[in-house]
Design a binder for this molecule. Structure first.
Ligand code: MRU
Length: 351
Protein backbone atom coordinates (compact mmCIF):
# COMPACT_ATOMS: atom_id res chain seq x y z
CA UNK A 1 0.00 0.00 0.00
CA UNK A 2 1.24 3.50 -0.84
CA UNK A 3 1.09 5.73 2.28
CA UNK A 4 -0.23 9.28 1.92
CA UNK A 5 1.91 11.98 3.44
CA UNK A 6 -0.72 14.68 3.89
CA UNK A 7 -4.47 15.19 3.58
CA UNK A 8 -7.09 17.89 3.87
CA UNK A 9 -9.89 17.17 6.33
CA UNK A 10 -13.33 18.73 5.85
CA UNK A 11 -14.44 21.48 3.50
CA UNK A 12 -13.05 24.98 3.04
CA UNK A 13 -13.05 25.67 6.80
CA UNK A 14 -11.33 22.34 7.47
CA UNK A 15 -7.69 21.71 8.27
CA UNK A 16 -4.50 20.06 7.01
CA UNK A 17 -3.15 16.84 8.48
CA UNK A 18 0.30 15.51 7.80
CA UNK A 19 2.36 12.55 8.94
CA UNK A 20 5.01 13.84 11.34
CA UNK A 21 8.02 12.45 9.48
CA UNK A 22 10.44 13.44 12.24
CA UNK A 23 8.94 10.64 14.36
CA UNK A 24 9.20 7.85 11.76
CA UNK A 25 9.86 4.97 11.84
CA UNK A 26 9.44 4.77 15.63
CA UNK A 27 6.02 6.44 15.67
CA UNK A 28 3.31 7.03 13.09
CA UNK A 29 1.49 10.22 14.11
CA UNK A 30 -0.73 12.65 12.21
CA UNK A 31 -0.09 16.32 12.94
CA UNK A 32 -3.10 18.65 12.74
CA UNK A 33 -2.48 22.09 11.20
CA UNK A 34 -5.25 24.61 11.86
CA UNK A 35 -3.09 27.72 11.48
CA UNK A 36 -0.27 28.85 9.22
CA UNK A 37 2.45 29.03 11.92
CA UNK A 38 1.91 25.29 12.51
CA UNK A 39 2.27 24.59 8.77
CA UNK A 40 5.40 26.78 8.53
CA UNK A 41 6.94 25.11 11.57
CA UNK A 42 6.18 21.67 10.09
CA UNK A 43 7.93 22.61 6.83
CA UNK A 44 10.94 24.19 8.56
CA UNK A 45 11.48 21.28 10.92
CA UNK A 46 10.93 18.63 8.20
CA UNK A 47 7.79 17.14 9.72
CA UNK A 48 6.70 17.37 6.10
CA UNK A 49 9.53 17.29 3.62
CA UNK A 50 10.51 16.41 0.05
CA UNK A 51 10.14 19.02 -2.69
CA UNK A 52 6.70 18.07 -4.08
CA UNK A 53 5.25 17.40 -0.59
CA UNK A 54 6.30 20.78 0.78
CA UNK A 55 4.76 22.38 -2.33
CA UNK A 56 1.47 20.63 -1.59
CA UNK A 57 1.70 21.54 2.11
CA UNK A 58 2.32 25.16 1.10
CA UNK A 59 -0.74 25.09 -1.16
CA UNK A 60 -2.97 23.67 1.58
CA UNK A 61 -1.31 26.21 3.90
CA UNK A 62 -2.90 28.91 1.75
CA UNK A 63 -6.34 27.38 2.39
CA UNK A 64 -5.44 27.30 6.10
CA UNK A 65 -4.63 31.05 5.86
CA UNK A 66 -8.09 31.72 4.41
CA UNK A 67 -9.58 29.64 7.24
CA UNK A 68 -7.81 31.95 9.73
CA UNK A 69 -9.45 34.91 7.97
CA UNK A 70 -12.89 33.26 8.25
CA UNK A 71 -12.44 32.54 11.95
CA UNK A 72 -11.12 36.06 12.50
CA UNK A 73 -14.25 37.41 10.75
CA UNK A 74 -12.05 39.59 8.55
CA UNK A 75 -13.61 41.87 5.95
CA UNK A 76 -12.82 41.10 2.29
CA UNK A 77 -9.85 43.47 1.88
CA UNK A 78 -8.37 42.49 5.25
CA UNK A 79 -8.82 38.79 4.41
CA UNK A 80 -6.98 39.15 1.10
CA UNK A 81 -4.11 41.10 2.72
CA UNK A 82 -3.89 38.42 5.39
CA UNK A 83 -3.67 35.63 2.80
CA UNK A 84 -0.98 37.54 0.85
CA UNK A 85 1.13 38.00 3.99
CA UNK A 86 0.76 34.32 4.90
CA UNK A 87 1.75 33.39 1.31
CA UNK A 88 5.16 34.95 1.85
CA UNK A 89 5.65 33.15 5.17
CA UNK A 90 4.81 29.85 3.51
CA UNK A 91 6.87 30.39 0.34
CA UNK A 92 10.01 31.28 2.30
CA UNK A 93 9.79 28.50 4.90
CA UNK A 94 12.55 26.61 3.04
CA UNK A 95 14.67 28.12 0.26
CA UNK A 96 15.99 25.36 -2.01
CA UNK A 97 13.01 23.34 -3.29
CA UNK A 98 11.37 25.50 -5.95
CA UNK A 99 8.10 23.52 -5.67
CA UNK A 100 7.19 25.43 -2.51
CA UNK A 101 7.13 28.91 -4.06
CA UNK A 102 5.75 27.48 -7.30
CA UNK A 103 2.72 26.00 -5.49
CA UNK A 104 2.08 29.06 -3.31
CA UNK A 105 2.25 31.36 -6.36
CA UNK A 106 -0.13 29.10 -8.23
CA UNK A 107 -2.61 29.48 -5.37
CA UNK A 108 -2.16 33.25 -5.44
CA UNK A 109 -2.98 33.28 -9.16
CA UNK A 110 -6.16 31.35 -8.37
CA UNK A 111 -7.46 34.24 -6.25
CA UNK A 112 -6.03 36.98 -8.50
CA UNK A 113 -8.99 36.59 -10.82
CA UNK A 114 -11.59 36.94 -8.02
CA UNK A 115 -13.27 40.36 -7.59
CA UNK A 116 -11.90 42.66 -4.87
CA UNK A 117 -15.07 42.13 -2.83
CA UNK A 118 -14.51 38.34 -2.65
CA UNK A 119 -14.85 37.52 1.06
CA UNK A 120 -12.85 35.08 3.18
CA UNK A 121 -15.12 32.06 2.43
CA UNK A 122 -14.80 32.76 -1.33
CA UNK A 123 -11.00 32.97 -1.02
CA UNK A 124 -10.95 29.76 1.02
CA UNK A 125 -13.03 27.94 -1.58
CA UNK A 126 -10.77 29.01 -4.47
CA UNK A 127 -7.56 28.26 -2.55
CA UNK A 128 -8.70 24.82 -1.45
CA UNK A 129 -9.77 23.97 -5.01
CA UNK A 130 -6.32 24.95 -6.30
CA UNK A 131 -4.48 23.07 -3.52
CA UNK A 132 -6.52 19.95 -4.25
CA UNK A 133 -5.70 20.30 -7.96
CA UNK A 134 -1.96 20.57 -7.21
CA UNK A 135 -2.19 17.50 -4.97
CA UNK A 136 -4.13 15.45 -7.56
CA UNK A 137 -1.80 16.48 -10.35
CA UNK A 138 1.24 15.44 -8.34
CA UNK A 139 -0.33 12.01 -7.84
CA UNK A 140 -0.63 11.62 -11.61
CA UNK A 141 2.87 13.00 -12.28
CA UNK A 142 4.39 10.48 -9.87
CA UNK A 143 2.64 7.67 -11.67
CA UNK A 144 3.95 8.83 -15.05
CA UNK A 145 7.48 9.31 -13.68
CA UNK A 146 7.41 5.74 -12.32
CA UNK A 147 6.31 4.39 -15.68
CA UNK A 148 8.89 6.31 -17.76
CA UNK A 149 11.66 5.58 -15.27
CA UNK A 150 11.02 1.84 -15.08
CA UNK A 151 11.53 1.63 -18.84
CA UNK A 152 15.05 3.12 -18.68
CA UNK A 153 16.24 1.53 -15.43
CA UNK A 154 18.87 -1.10 -16.32
CA UNK A 155 18.66 -4.65 -14.93
CA UNK A 156 20.56 -5.02 -11.63
CA UNK A 157 20.82 -3.39 -8.22
CA UNK A 158 19.71 0.18 -7.59
CA UNK A 159 21.14 2.70 -5.12
CA UNK A 160 19.09 5.69 -3.99
CA UNK A 161 19.71 8.64 -1.67
CA UNK A 162 17.39 10.49 0.74
CA UNK A 163 13.63 9.82 0.55
CA UNK A 164 11.79 10.36 -2.70
CA UNK A 165 8.74 8.20 -2.11
CA UNK A 166 5.13 8.70 -1.11
CA UNK A 167 6.23 10.61 2.00
CA UNK A 168 8.03 13.17 -0.17
CA UNK A 169 5.26 13.70 -2.71
CA UNK A 170 1.50 13.60 -3.23
CA UNK A 171 1.66 10.20 -4.91
CA UNK A 172 4.00 7.23 -5.24
CA UNK A 173 7.13 9.37 -5.34
CA UNK A 174 9.76 10.28 -7.92
CA UNK A 175 12.96 8.20 -7.82
CA UNK A 176 11.32 5.74 -5.43
CA UNK A 177 8.30 5.49 -7.75
CA UNK A 178 10.67 4.36 -10.50
CA UNK A 179 12.04 1.64 -8.23
CA UNK A 180 8.58 0.50 -7.06
CA UNK A 181 7.14 0.61 -10.61
CA UNK A 182 9.97 -1.62 -11.84
CA UNK A 183 9.42 -3.95 -8.87
CA UNK A 184 5.64 -4.03 -9.38
CA UNK A 185 6.18 -4.97 -13.03
CA UNK A 186 7.75 -8.21 -11.80
CA UNK A 187 11.44 -7.33 -11.97
CA UNK A 188 13.56 -8.36 -9.01
CA UNK A 189 16.74 -6.56 -7.95
CA UNK A 190 18.60 -5.39 -4.87
CA UNK A 191 17.54 -1.98 -3.53
CA UNK A 192 20.16 -0.03 -1.58
CA UNK A 193 19.31 3.09 0.42
CA UNK A 194 21.97 5.52 1.64
CA UNK A 195 21.15 6.35 5.25
CA UNK A 196 21.43 10.07 4.27
CA UNK A 197 23.13 11.95 7.05
CA UNK A 198 22.52 14.04 8.99
CA UNK A 199 18.73 13.50 9.22
CA UNK A 200 18.60 9.87 8.01
CA UNK A 201 15.80 10.26 5.47
CA UNK A 202 17.11 7.16 3.68
CA UNK A 203 17.33 4.93 6.74
CA UNK A 204 14.24 6.24 8.52
CA UNK A 205 11.87 6.98 5.64
CA UNK A 206 12.93 5.19 2.42
CA UNK A 207 13.59 1.95 4.28
CA UNK A 208 10.25 2.35 6.12
CA UNK A 209 8.33 2.87 2.87
CA UNK A 210 9.99 -0.09 1.16
CA UNK A 211 9.37 -2.35 4.14
CA UNK A 212 5.70 -1.25 4.14
CA UNK A 213 5.53 -2.30 0.49
CA UNK A 214 7.27 -5.64 1.06
CA UNK A 215 10.32 -4.69 -1.02
CA UNK A 216 13.60 -5.86 0.57
CA UNK A 217 15.96 -2.95 1.26
CA UNK A 218 19.57 -2.73 2.37
CA UNK A 219 20.61 0.45 4.21
CA UNK A 220 24.21 1.62 4.06
CA UNK A 221 26.18 4.44 5.63
CA UNK A 222 26.68 7.19 3.04
CA UNK A 223 30.42 6.58 3.29
CA UNK A 224 29.98 2.94 2.17
CA UNK A 225 28.67 3.95 -1.27
CA UNK A 226 32.08 3.99 -3.01
CA UNK A 227 32.87 0.49 -1.81
CA UNK A 228 29.41 -0.77 -2.78
CA UNK A 229 29.73 0.66 -6.31
CA UNK A 230 33.13 -1.01 -6.66
CA UNK A 231 31.58 -4.42 -5.97
CA UNK A 232 29.47 -4.14 -9.15
CA UNK A 233 26.21 -4.83 -7.30
CA UNK A 234 24.72 -1.51 -8.39
CA UNK A 235 23.59 -1.09 -12.02
CA UNK A 236 22.10 2.40 -11.53
CA UNK A 237 21.83 5.24 -9.03
CA UNK A 238 18.59 7.18 -8.95
CA UNK A 239 17.73 10.23 -6.86
CA UNK A 240 15.12 13.01 -6.70
CA UNK A 241 15.59 16.76 -7.03
CA UNK A 242 14.71 19.98 -5.24
CA UNK A 243 15.48 22.35 -8.11
CA UNK A 244 16.75 21.80 -11.64
CA UNK A 245 18.07 24.78 -13.60
CA UNK A 246 17.82 25.48 -17.35
CA UNK A 247 21.10 23.66 -18.07
CA UNK A 248 20.13 20.55 -16.05
CA UNK A 249 22.22 21.22 -12.93
CA UNK A 250 20.31 19.60 -10.07
CA UNK A 251 20.06 20.53 -6.40
CA UNK A 252 19.19 17.59 -4.18
CA UNK A 253 19.88 16.29 -0.67
CA UNK A 254 23.45 16.79 0.53
CA UNK A 255 25.55 13.85 -0.60
CA UNK A 256 23.94 13.57 -4.03
CA UNK A 257 26.83 15.33 -5.79
CA UNK A 258 29.36 13.02 -4.14
CA UNK A 259 27.31 10.00 -5.16
CA UNK A 260 27.14 11.23 -8.76
CA UNK A 261 30.95 11.59 -8.83
CA UNK A 262 31.31 8.07 -7.44
CA UNK A 263 28.87 6.72 -10.02
CA UNK A 264 30.85 8.36 -12.82
CA UNK A 265 34.11 6.92 -11.44
CA UNK A 266 32.60 3.42 -11.49
CA UNK A 267 30.80 3.70 -14.84
CA UNK A 268 27.36 3.45 -13.20
CA UNK A 269 24.56 5.53 -14.81
CA UNK A 270 23.18 8.25 -12.55
CA UNK A 271 19.52 9.23 -12.97
CA UNK A 272 17.41 12.04 -11.51
CA UNK A 273 13.61 11.76 -11.32
CA UNK A 274 11.50 14.89 -10.89
CA UNK A 275 8.22 16.46 -11.99
CA UNK A 276 8.15 19.61 -14.15
CA UNK A 277 7.30 21.65 -11.01
CA UNK A 278 10.90 21.05 -9.82
CA UNK A 279 12.44 22.79 -12.85
CA UNK A 280 13.37 26.45 -12.48
CA UNK A 281 14.11 27.66 -15.98
CA UNK A 282 14.54 31.22 -14.69
CA UNK A 283 17.96 30.13 -13.39
CA UNK A 284 20.69 29.37 -15.92
CA UNK A 285 22.95 27.16 -13.81
CA UNK A 286 23.10 25.49 -10.41
CA UNK A 287 25.42 28.21 -9.10
CA UNK A 288 22.32 30.41 -8.72
CA UNK A 289 20.37 27.97 -6.51
CA UNK A 290 20.08 29.06 -2.86
CA UNK A 291 21.42 26.31 -0.62
CA UNK A 292 19.74 25.94 2.76
CA UNK A 293 22.08 25.84 5.76
CA UNK A 294 20.61 24.08 8.77
CA UNK A 295 21.28 23.98 12.51
CA UNK A 296 24.58 22.62 13.83
CA UNK A 297 22.70 20.33 16.23
CA UNK A 298 21.58 18.14 13.31
CA UNK A 299 25.22 17.18 12.73
CA UNK A 300 26.58 17.29 16.27
CA UNK A 301 23.63 15.52 17.94
CA UNK A 302 22.12 13.19 15.32
CA UNK A 303 18.85 11.62 16.50
CA UNK A 304 19.50 13.28 19.87
CA UNK A 305 22.77 11.41 20.55
CA UNK A 306 25.90 13.32 21.57
CA UNK A 307 28.15 12.66 18.55
CA UNK A 308 30.65 15.51 18.92
CA UNK A 309 31.92 17.78 21.70
CA UNK A 310 29.64 20.69 22.55
CA UNK A 311 32.30 23.20 21.48
CA UNK A 312 32.65 21.79 17.94
CA UNK A 313 31.21 23.77 15.06
CA UNK A 314 29.29 22.13 12.21
CA UNK A 315 29.08 22.53 8.45
CA UNK A 316 25.51 21.61 7.57
CA UNK A 317 24.33 22.45 4.05
CA UNK A 318 21.05 20.59 3.41
CA UNK A 319 21.60 20.32 -0.35
CA UNK A 320 24.30 20.22 -2.99
CA UNK A 321 24.28 20.70 -6.75
CA UNK A 322 25.12 17.93 -9.18
CA UNK A 323 26.34 19.26 -12.53
CA UNK A 324 24.31 18.18 -15.55
CA UNK A 325 27.32 16.42 -17.10
CA UNK A 326 27.17 13.74 -14.39
CA UNK A 327 23.48 12.94 -15.03
CA UNK A 328 22.61 10.24 -17.57
CA UNK A 329 18.95 11.19 -17.70
CA UNK A 330 16.26 13.24 -15.93
CA UNK A 331 13.02 11.29 -15.71
CA UNK A 332 9.97 13.58 -15.85
CA UNK A 333 6.25 12.98 -16.27
CA UNK A 334 6.67 13.77 -19.98
CA UNK A 335 9.52 11.36 -20.61
CA UNK A 336 13.27 11.19 -20.10
CA UNK A 337 15.61 14.12 -20.71
CA UNK A 338 18.71 12.47 -22.14
CA UNK A 339 21.23 13.73 -22.93
CA UNK A 340 20.80 16.40 -20.28
CA UNK A 341 21.04 19.60 -22.32
CA UNK A 342 19.18 22.93 -22.32
CA UNK A 343 17.54 22.09 -25.63
CA UNK A 344 16.37 18.63 -24.60
CA UNK A 345 15.00 19.97 -21.28
CA UNK A 346 12.89 22.58 -23.09
CA UNK A 347 11.76 20.00 -25.62
CA UNK A 348 10.63 17.43 -23.02
CA UNK A 349 9.00 20.00 -20.73
CA UNK A 350 6.97 21.47 -23.56
CA UNK A 351 5.49 18.15 -24.75
O1 MRU B 1 15.50 18.05 3.28
P1 MRU B 1 14.51 17.16 2.59
O2 MRU B 1 14.29 15.86 3.27
O3 MRU B 1 13.22 17.88 2.27
O4 MRU B 1 15.19 16.83 1.18
C1 MRU B 1 14.48 16.07 0.25
C2 MRU B 1 15.27 15.72 -0.95
O5 MRU B 1 16.38 16.16 -1.14
C3 MRU B 1 14.58 14.87 -1.96
O6 MRU B 1 15.50 14.06 -2.63
C4 MRU B 1 13.89 15.78 -2.99
O7 MRU B 1 13.09 16.74 -2.35
C5 MRU B 1 13.07 15.01 -3.95
S1 MRU B 1 11.62 14.35 -3.19
C6 MRU B 1 10.69 13.58 -4.34
Amino acid sequence: MIPISLRWVGEATGHLELIDQTLLPAQFTWLTCRDVPTVVEAIKSLRVRGAPAIGIAGAYGMAVAAGEAIRGQMAASHARAHVLARAEELATARPTAVNLRWAVERCLRAIDGLPAEADAPALAEALLTEARAIHDEDRRLCEAIGRHGASVLPEGGVLTHCNTGALATGGAGTALAVITAAWDSGRRFEVFADETRPLFQGARLTAWELVQRGIPVTVLCDSAAAHLLKTGRVAACIVGADRITANGDTANKIGTYGLALLAEAHGVPFFVAAPSSTFDLSLETGAEIPIEERAAAEVLRPLGAVAAPEAAKAFNPAFDVTPARLIRGIITENGVVSPVTRERIREVLST
